[in-house]
Design a protein. Structure first.
Length: 95
């Protein structure tokens, strides 16, 4: 990419580079929409229960030194280090 850009620059041509940061894609996955997409793709029974249990019941909170906020249920986002995270995120963006 660097070589192509340099070659185009030296020959007087314009180059355009568009970058997409997918790290935030995991954070915006809405659980209700994802579940609807899973059902519309034919997911049912044990597999659907597995995905649902993966999404439900997770909370977040803020801690600053010794103070902690109340816990709140997460309605969006999937865990990035999990096996289902990339699958869920891909289904959500492709759906």
């Amino acid at each position: 990419m660097v070589d192509d850009t340099h070659t185009r620059k030296t020959s007087g041509k314009l180059s355009l580079l568009a970058l997409l940061d997918l790290l935030s894609a995991f954070d915006i996955v809405d659980h209700e929409i994802l579940r609807d997409l899973e059902v519309s793709c034919g997911l049912q029974g044990t597999a659907l229960s597995w995905f649902t249990s993966y999404l439900n019941g997770h909370t977040w909170f803020i801690r600053c030194i010794s103070s902690t906020s109340n816990h709140a249920l997460l309605g969006c986002g999937v865990r990035q280090g999990s096996v289902l995270g990339p699958i869920s995120s891909m289904l959500y963006t492709e759906g």
